[in-house]
Unconditional design. Structure first.
Length: 226
């Protein structure tokens, strides 16, 4: 009979005081783990402290494995918080959701949201907030989850490369390459933080753009929770 088997059998002769009430299989595991010696000639006396430490370690490992990874910040919640445009769901659904609620168009304005179409690479679409209009073909964007998962970028350049100058195709700054993306991304256009009716009313007085700019300035003056 081997030493390991002999000690396992000894532990099955349980004492009434509880010292040896452990099953042989547990003792074998403890011997394999090096918590007790397999070369002892006397019946095994398994101390309570090593056992508590052993099972405590197993519990900690199990807890660590059960904790889910923290989700990355997505573009849609970030754009909603920064712009004040209260739309939900995947970014590629914002354009249709905005119909009848927010004004839409193909002219960039500070505080508006540029809505990207879904592609085979960008399956949920993308939304980004216009921070500054540089000229008719260039804007600066504030957005999240573009260059890296969860990454927030401020003042990222976007260039209109559409044939008709309607912002239906854009190239956006990509941080890993320190350049505009090589592949144009298709867009729907811009969603403005005003209802269609109010924008039309203000346009009669020539104040629509001024009010949108003032709204965006006030929003950017307040710190973002991200």
């Amino acid at each position: 009979m081997g030493t390991l088997e002999r000690h396992a059998r000894l532990t099955l002769r349980s004492r009434k005081d509880g010292v040896y009430r452990n099953k042989g299989s547990l003792v074998i595991k403890l011997i394999s783990a090096g918590l007790v010696s397999a070369g002892l000639r006397q019946p095994l006396r398994i101390a309570a402290a090593p056992m508590r430490a052993f099972f405590g370690m197993l519990a900690l490992v199990g807890m660590a494995m059960a904790v889910p990874a923290q989700a990355h910040l997505q573009c849609a919640p970030y754009a909603r918080e920064v712009s004040g445009i209260n739309l939900h769901g995947n970014a590629d659904g914002w354009w249709d959701q905005a119909s009848g609620i927010y004004a839409r168009g193909n002219e960039p304005q500070v505080g508006s949201v540029l809505a990207f179409r879904a592609t085979h690479v960008m399956r949920a679409g993308h939304v980004a907030v216009v921070a500054k209009v540089v000229d008719a073909r260039h804007v600066l964007l504030n957005h999240a989850n573009w260059s890296r998962p969860g990454m927030i970028e401020h003042g990222a350049m976007a260039e209109d490369v559409s044939p008709n100058g309607d912002w239906s195709q854009v190239r956006v700054w990509y941080a890993p390459t320190h350049s505009l993306g090589l592949r144009p991304s298709p867009t729907y256009g811009f969603i403005y933080g005003r209802s269609p009716r109010s924008v039309l009313a203000n346009a009669d007085h020539g104040t629509a753009a001024q009010e949108v700019t003032a709204l965006a300035d006030a929003q950017h003056a307040s710190p973002s929770p991200y």
